[in-house]
Design a protein around this ligand. Structure first.
Ligand code: ADP
Ligand code: F6P
Length: 322
């Protein structure tokens, strides 16, 4: 079998571990692998090259993706997916391994449904917002990066008795925000899926903390929160209450860096499993982890609603800040 592997959407630590496992498991089973550059953009352009085991030396511990990644608006158009399928057929590439998030899997689902291209998905996004898996590559690393940064902020926040609003990534998902908030003992968290998020609720929570004697607070704000960005909420608090607060946007620092051991292990397991299943003739699936076990889901499961952070975790932040 000749297969292609690509990374798509936002990069995530652990993608290189998955690429390495795809190539080396394929080598062990005598399959050929082509590395496709810049996600679906490279697929549309035929920008690919053969990969062998030595192509993946010394990448396991590196963040980012050696195949590069991109967002490719053309891939939303059925006629462009038809061109991509034709290119794959001409090159004799029978199946694809797609490492990415829900958008990348939606593209794979369409490519399979419309043109029968066999597709295996490996969850790779720091957002951890795919249905049917408890984990995605990069989330564990990004979470630890955010927590380490906020631990540092905590030192200066408590020294000055200041409020800090710290923005973490997650345009449409609060998974990273809520888990970061628990792990760094934040006083409050704002995230897009929260039914209780209001400016007034935040103010009354901060006020209650002040009455209890807390002189410094950390509020974790997800990038896509409905109340506003950390900057917008900070400006409003300054205007309304004249608070001496500071805003920190962690940004892409969360996307880079050496993957955690768990991201390396799951990248390795999923990469190898994807190749074994494609080799056995499976057609359209993505891999995941549920309650510690490796699972496979039909690719169409990506069309189901995204998971939201467990409500009790959001509530726990307030309880533990007492
Ligand atoms: P992620 O995979 O991290 O969620 P995006 O949502 O940006 O990242 O999607 C990555 C790429 O996947 C898009 O730029 C596009 O090429 C492709 N894609 C996303 N959604 C679809 C869709 N509904 N149909 C076809 N292709 C899609
Ligand atoms: O999907 C991963 C993610 O990091 C989101 O959390 C964030 O909203 C988005 O990508 C930012 O993407 P970029 O800066 O690459 O456009």
């Amino acid at each position: 079998m000749r297969l292609g592997v690509l990374t798509s959407g936002g990069d995530a630590p652990g993608m290189n571990a998955a690429i390495r496992a795809v190539v080396r498991q394929a080598d062990a089973l005598n399959h050929e692998v082509y590395g496709i550059y810049r996600g679906y953009q490279g697929l549309l352009e035929g920008d690919w090259a053969p990969m062998v085991s030595r192509s993946c030396a010394n990448i396991l511990q590196r963040g980012g993706t050696i195949l590069h990644t991109d967002r490719c608006p053309e891939f939303f158009r059925p006629e462009c997916r038809a061109e991509a399928a034709e290119r794959l057929r001409k090159a004799g590439i029978e199946a694809l391994v797609i490492i990415g998030g829900d958008g990348s899997f939606r593209g794979a689902e369409a490519l399979h449904r419309e043109h029968g291209i066999r597709c295996a998905g490996i969850p790779g996004t720091i957002d951890n917002d795919l249905p049917g898996t408890d984990r995605t590559l990069g989330f564990d690393t990004a979470l630890n990066t955010a927590v380490e940064a906020i631990d540092r902020i905590r030192d200066t926040a408590s020294s000055h008795g200041r409020l800090f609003l710290v923005e973490v990534m997650g345009r449409s998902s609060g998974m990273l925000a809520v888990h970061t908030a628990i792990a760094c003992g934040a006083e409050a968290v704002l995230y897009p899926e929260s039914p209780d998020d209001t400016y007034e609720a935040l103010v009354s929570q901060l006020h209650a903390n002040w009455i209890r004697g807390k002189r410094s607070s950390i509020v974790v704000v997800a990038e896509g929160d409905g109340v506003g960005s950390a900057m917008a909420v900070g400006d409003r608090l300054k205007r309304d209450y004249g608070m001496d607060l500071r805003v920190v946007v962690l940004g892409h620092v969360q996307r880079g860096g050496s993957p955690s051991a768990m991201d390396r292990i799951w990248g390795s397991r999923w990469g190898a499993e994807a190749v074994r299943r494609l080799g056995a003739g499976e057609r359209a699936f993505y891999l995941g982890e549920v309650a510690g076990a490796l699972v496979a889901q039909p690719m169409a499961k990506v069309l189901e609603p995204r998971p939201v952070p467990p409500r009790e975790l959001g509530a726990l932040v307030g309880v533990l800040a007492r």
